[in-house]
Each structure stands twice: as structure tokens, then as C-alpha cells.
Write a protein that binds this ligand. Structure first.
Ligand code: FES
Length: 108
């Protein structure tokens, strides 16, 4: 059974667009992009900068370190190798954003 962790309020995330949280010791960056909430590991796979301190541009998460552009749904960087771990997200009827970090979503 999936363990969900309450990490944010949807209304707050809609305003802030991003939020850094820690779930079971894992740094997670939440983003609200194009009416969807995404959760990625907050530590960039390139040189460990914090993605939650980056920008959102044209639907991508831009790392503040060296401007790699990550697809928030898949964690895949544009024109780079590797993949930023992403995590399942659900939003309850009363607007509670929940994340599970048990199994990162893997794309190939
Ligand atoms: S640390 Fe993220 S792109 Fe370099």
C-alpha cells in the first residue's frame, strides 16, 4: 500500500508555484506548472543544486546551477543525459497535496 505524505496546500502552491519539502529524509521540490502539481527530487543530478530555487519557463524546471531544463513529469533533462527522480503526487478533494517517495517514478 502506498504511503502518502501531506506536504502542501494546493491553494498555497498555486500562488508560490514551488516549495521545497523533506519527505522521509528525501529533499523534494514541488512545482505547480500548467495546472498540475509535480514532485521531483530537489537535488539536481548534475551538480546538486536545489531545483526548488530554480525557475519555471515554458513548462520546464530550470536548474539554478547550470540551467539544465527538466521535464517536470518525467525528470528528463533537455539535451542532457540522466534523469531527475520524480515522485507520485495526489491532491485530495480538500486541496491537500500528498507525495509518495517509496518508489521514484522511472522513465527510460
Ligand atoms: S547543478 Fe543543476 S544544472 Fe548543474
Amino acid at each position: 500500500m502506498t504511503t502518502w505524505h501531506a506536504v502542501a496546500n494546493l491553494a498555497d502552491l498555486k500562488v508560490r508555484k514551488r516549495k521545497a519539502v523533506t519527505v522521509e529524509g528525501i529533499p523534494v521540490a514541488l512545482f505547480f506548472i500548467n495546472d498540475t502539481v509535480y514532485a521531483l527530487n530537489d537535488t539536481c543530478i548534475h551538480e546538486a543544486r536545489s531545483l526548488s530555487k530554480g525557475a519555471i519557463l515554458f513548462g520546464k524546471v530550470i536548474c539554478p546551477g547550470h540551467q539544465w531544463k527538466f521535464d517536470p513529469a518525467t525528470g528528463e533533462p533537455e539535451d542532457q543525459d540522466g534523469c531527475q527522480p520524480t515522485y507520485p503526487v495526489q491532491v485530495t478533494d480538500d486541496g491537500e497535496v500528498q507525495v509518495s517517495v517509496e518508489v521514484p517514478v522511472v522513465t527510460s
